[in-house]
Design a protein around this ligand. Structure first.
Ligand SMILES: [Zn+2]
Length: 63
């Protein structure tokens, strides 16, 4: 099971997808949505909204 490299929280499929989408597609270490939001200087809601958009576009990084 993957864990956030910053806070150690267990990662969901979409956490990993978001990290790949926003930071680095080839990464093998990830941040949870909260830490990713902090790093990108946006809110978790912003990220969730983006994920919904990507899903609508058929992106397979998200469920
Ligand atoms: Zn985290």
């Amino acid at each position: 099971m993957n864990a956030c490299m910053k806070c150690g929280r267990e990662l969901t499929f979409n956490d990993i997808g978001a990290y790949r989408k926003f930071i680095n597609r080839g990464s093998t270490q990830y941040l949870c949505k909260e830490c990713l939001a902090a790093r990108l200087d946006v809110t978790v809601e912003d990220i969730n909204r983006k994920i919904e958009q990507f899903k609508l576009q058929g992106c397979t990084l998200f469920v």
